[in-house]
Write a protein that binds this ligand. Structure first.
Ligand SMILES: *[C@@H]1O[C@H](CO)[C@@H](O)[C@H](O)[C@H]1NC(C)=O
Ligand SMILES: *[C@@H]1O[C@H](CO)[C@@H](O)[C@H](O)[C@H]1NC(C)=O
Ligand SMILES: *[C@@H]1O[C@H](CO)[C@@H](O)[C@H](O)[C@H]1NC(C)=O
Ligand SMILES: *[C@@H]1O[C@H](CO)[C@@H](O)[C@H](O)[C@H]1NC(C)=O
Length: 959
């Protein structure tokens, strides 16, 4: 028997008892006969008596756990049944449960005494265990009349379906169903045929609902021959289908489940075209391709959350791509920022639920996987071109703690000859963790050291958190004073600033970056900061926004529908204000309830603009929190990952996702952030990380040093060698970024993007490509010294020796000792290269080369983009060099497409590696025979000692 605790705090929530008869101590039952009437906790006198039991508190202490509420046996009666329902009478799946006690503590007795259903959820405690009884709300709408033609599309008017026989409730005694509050009686669906490849379907009620202020760019081309068709059904209820016209494939069929549009609960379920679904973030996913057999729910709500399977993390990316079974591809963006979730259920069915806004779908019809990303980024904004130096290796740690440790890491890296382009400071370089400061105590002379680094060709990036400490004297701390003057803070309902706690010792205010004044304030501070510390770029952290308390520092959050909505997606903490501010806090763009997940997104543009104004250069901004279209301004690191082998594999998935999301400049902290790394893991991670688009080794505080020079000569050597390959290929990488800026292509690319017809590529997420030309296959498992690599159906050449692989469209096991990573060049590509160096300031001036890898037809193509690497707007201003290379009939020719970068004419192209040409007996360059070539044992023809000017057309022939 358990001692029954009366929790007085809970009792206040009790509804008045229905049957308050029962009995008191006068029943006079012997202690040994007392039979617990309420096993479990939390009975109160009312709930006890309501069950016809005896309520008789026992004096403390109560070592024998004599119950306070026990069965009245005097007349042989047994306890009356609890009101309400249990799982057997009224089981509902989690997402159909309307919380009976939002935000209140509850238990079985409290719950059932409200006539609600108590049914602990089998999986976790995220969904309510106490819910308003009913059958699943069916929802549903009917179409009124025929679709109406509107400009570039169709409009459908919808009216809420009235529940019919089959939707009513079978069980006796069950209270009326509680529908979701405020179900819209009428809705409008607009299908806009925005272009032949872009369809928007927006379902809305009145214009008063929140809509994401996403600036969607107009598409190019007309809509005369759309690749899609939209079909409407009205029986038994309204649903719509998006169909690919050329194949008849149904891409989206909303008849797969409920359609409810209520004030704070909007749901639609649809069948995707296949199970090859990729995307939705930001969550740690264990495979790039979703697994529909597991019914996994992915909740999205920006949160300071290290990767943990299914947990909602920093960013919100409601966007996915489907590879149709025939190899066509399309993608879908759901433009909604409210707390939401996608359940990938068997069927396959995607069940979507959001807690606000409107249902606003954009379909991008491809038909190639790359097309979908091109079309999506055209809509939400293409990436910025990273500065050339940013493609170099970057080094960071939280917890250098003093300038000596920072210098030691920099020196170790240099001592081993490891390329190094960017050094970082984390919050420990700040004075008392205050933005826009550095610690003169722990980092004396940092501004001079930053200048010194620059003379060595190393750039400096530092960190900013969004919040501002209020513990400083405003007269001495300009961010606070100016912020007060410019009125930049997120407010409580009463108009006073929200107060939270993050890294500074004192509480903080939260700037409202959705407000113009805040953007101006932030840019001023960033510009002025450059006078103190000559940063070359900034990383913005904690912008979910993170908070170390839930809600406001004093008093948390008020109990109301914005803080405790009737449905909470399966987010960590099961509470919207968990680790952040309250839903009813007020921002210019809306209630925090609606704009929470846009916090980092609103901060991104002003940070980039301010950083460019401060540095006068192109600069780089990294953001932890992202939303649809963030890639237009910022790059992304995958957050506070773990120094664990799993995270090495998952990093590839995250990087492929962010490339799909239009944020190609993405990478994961090399060697892991949380926990001490180890030699083998860090060695493998340095090798893989050398091929992240964004390549940064970053460590957390108090863990063992993990910079590549910290592990001794062998690991330093393999790190250096992997990075030297990266640096050799930087012109290729930079050209891929040029394509992402101008055409929207991915940089890091999944194999199924290049081989969409090959089903074997669809599950591959342990290998990836750079563009179409380089395949990367690293060891990802502890203790392993080989890689089972899939070699797609193409001519593939070993990067290191140029030997052609015999295997095609099959897996092979490649021995891969600790110091090795496997790289293959794919036939059909011309990869521009440059002799590597210790940093890009030097390597930029080294001679160029070409890797010419021939396909089955002896053909290949590629490009070289180059500019000064650091100016703003080189593409728009046409201050760049671009050459195209083409190979056919044993002849390589170059065509200068743009010659807008004057220094290019001083550069040389000296080497060509020709792969797949067979035995070559003669080579001519621009018509003249040369002798400086040799056929290596691997079959590679190496042409050296060229003295070519890249800005004049080149012709090389061989026979
Ligand atoms: C619970 O239901 C019973 C029977 O229908 C009713 O008498 C009672 O008032 C209800 N209690 C509450 C708290 O609604
Ligand atoms: C739909 O619009 C009506 C007014 O036309 C409004 O009363 C209702 O609250 C709206 N419902 C939702 C869910 O927005
Ligand atoms: C997923 O849901 C389906 C349909 O509800 C069910 O049949 C199946 O057993 C579920 N699978 C798992 C792994 O829960
Ligand atoms: C904020 O600035 C933008 C861009 O300059 C402008 O379009 C908008 O009207 C401004 N908003 C307010 C509320 O002043």
């Amino acid at each position: 028997m358990k001692f029954l605790v009366l929790i007085s705090a809970l009792a206040v929530f009790l509804a008045p008892a229905a049957r308050a008869q029962g009995h008191g101590c006068e029943a006079n039952i012997e202690d040994s006969l007392k039979q617990d009437c309420y096993p479990g906790e939390g009975a109160s006198e009312e709930s006890c008596r309501a069950r016809d039991c005896v309520w008789c508190p026992v004096a403390e202490p109560n070592p024998d756990n004599i119950p306070w509420c026990f069965v009245y046996e005097a007349d042989g009666s047994t306890p009356g049944p609890l009101p309400g329902f249990g799982c057997e009478e009224n089981y509902l799946p989690g997402e159909d449960r309307v919380d009976c006690a939002p935000g209140e503590p509850t238990n079985e007795i409290l719950c059932r005494n409200k006539n609600c259903t108590w049914c602990p959820y089998e999986e976790d405690g995220v969904t309510p265990w106490c819910y308003i009884p009913g059958t699943p709300s069916v929802g549903g709408y009917y179409m009124v009349g025929e679709p109406i033609t509107i400009t570039n599309g169709l409009r459908v008017n919808l009216i809420k379906a009235v529940a019919n026989e089959s939707f009513t409730f079978a069980l006796e005694n069950r209270p009326n169903p509680k529908a979701w509050e405020g179900e819209a009686e009428t809705l409008t669906l607009d299908a806009e045929f925005q272009s032949n490849y872009r369809l928007r379907v927006k379902i809305y009620n009145t214009t008063s609902r929140f809509e994401v202020p996403l600036n969607v760019q107009a598409p190019t081309g007309g809509n005369q021959n759309p690749l899609y068709e939209i079909q409407f059904e009205n029986d038994p209820l309204f649903s719509f289908k998006v169909v690919r016209k050329s194949t008849g494939t149904v891409l989206f069929d909303s008849s797969a489940g409920q359609f409810i549009f209520a004030e704070q609960y909007l749901t639609m379920s649809w069948a995707p075209a296949s199970e090859n679904v990729y995307g939705i973030g930001e969550n740690e996913q264990k495979s790039f391709k979703h697994d529909f057999s597991q019914n996994i729910t992915w909740a999205l709500w920006g949160r300071d959350q290290p990767p943990s399977f299914t947990a909602n993390m920093y960013g919100v990316q409601p966007y996915y791509t489907v590879l149709e079974n025939d190899g066509n591809a399309h993608s879908v963006a759901v433009v909604n920022a409210n707390a939401q979730q996608f359940s990938m259920n068997s069927g396959p069915v995607i069940k979507y639920i959001t807690t606000g806004g409107v249902l606003d779908f954009y379909f991008f019809l491809g038909p190639t996987p790359e097309n979908t990303v091109q079309q999506y980024t055209e809509a939400v904004g293409r990436p910025q071109l990273p500065p050339y130096w940013a493609l170099g290796f970057q080094l960071c740690r939280y917890g250098y703690n003093n300038i000596e440790n920072m210098k030691a890491a920099v020196d170790r890296t240099a001592q081993y000859g490891i390329p190094h382009d960017v050094q970082y400071g984390d919050i420990d370089i700040m004075h008392k963790a205050l933005d826009f400061t550095y610690s003169r105590e722990n980092f004396p002379g940092l501004p001079d050291y930053v200048k010194e680094l620059k003379t060595k060709g190393i750039k400096f990036m530092t960190i900013l958190d969004p919040c501002i400490s209020i513990g400083e004297d405003p007269e001495e701390y300009r961010p606070l004073k100016l912020g007060n003057e410019m009125d930049v803070w997120v407010k409580k309902v009463d108009g006073s600033p929200v107060v939270g706690r993050v890294w500074p010792q004192d509480p903080v205010y939260f700037p409202d970056y959705s407000k113009n004044a805040t953007k101006e304030w932030w840019k001023i501070l960033i510009r002025e900061f450059h006078d103190l510390l000559e940063y070359d770029g900034l990383w913005i952290d904690m912008n979910e926004p993170a908070n170390f308390v839930d809600g406001d520092i004093d008093g948390g959050c008020t109990q109301n529908s914005l803080n405790n909505p009737p449905f909470v997606p399966r987010i960590q903490g099961n509470y919207l204000p968990s680790k952040t501010i309250c839903g009813d806090h007020v921002q210019e763009a809306g209630n925090h309830y609606d704009v929470h997940s846009l916090y980092g997104w609103f901060q991104s543009e002003p940070t980039l603009t301010g950083t460019r104004e401060g540095s006068g250069k192109r600069a780089l901004v990294l953001s932890r929190s992202t939303f649809l279209g963030s890639g237009h301004w910022v790059a992304h690191w995958l957050g506070d990952n773990w120094s664990k082998w799993d995270n090495l594999h998952f990093s590839i998935i995250g990087i492929l996702q962010y490339n799909q999301f239009g944020v190609p400049f993405a990478g994961s902290d090399i060697c892991g952030f949380i926990g001490s790394s180890n030699a083998e893991l860090c060695q493998r991670w340095m090798e893989l990380g050398a091929f992240y688009p964004f390549s940064r080794n970053h460590n957390g505080i108090d863990y063992v040093d993990q910079d590549p020079g910290a592990w001794g000569a062998a690991i330093a050597e393999s790190s250096k060698n992997a990075l030297l390959v990266r640096y050799t290929l930087l012109p290729y990488l930079y050209t891929l970024f040029f394509r992402s800026v101008t055409e929207g292509n991915t940089v890091a690319r999944a194999l199924w993007h290049e081989f969409p017809q090959d089903p074997a590529t669809r599950n591959i997420d342990r290998q990836f490509m750079w563009g179409s030309g380089l395949l990367i296959s690293a060891v990802l498992d502890e203790g392993s010294t080989s890689v089972d690599a899939y070699l797609p159906n193409a001519r593939l050449y070993n990067y290191f020796d140029g030997a052609e692989e015999a295997t095609k469209a099959d897996s092979i096991t490649i021995p891969t000792p600790l110091d090795k990573i496997n790289l293959h060049v794919r036939g059909g590509n011309v990869l521009p290269t440059q002799e590597p160096a210790i940093n890009t300031e030097i390597s930029r001036n080294n001679p160029f080369g070409l890797i010419v890898a021939l396909d089955e037809e002896g053909a290949a193509s590629g490009s070289l983009y180059f500019d000064d690497g650091d100016s703003i707007g080189t593409i728009e201003n046409e201050e760049y060099f671009l050459a195209d290379f083409a190979v056919a009939s044993n002849t390589l020719t170059s065509t200068v497409v743009k010659n807008g970068y004057a220094e290019m004419s001083q550069k040389k192209l000296t080497t060509v590696r020709l792969l797949g040409a067979g035995t070559v007996g003669a080579v001519t360059v621009n018509g003249a025979a040369i002798t400086s070539f040799t056929t290596l044992p691997s079959g590679e023809v190496l042409i050296t000692s060229l003295d070519l000017n890249p800005t004049t057309p080149i012709t090389i022939t061989w026979a």
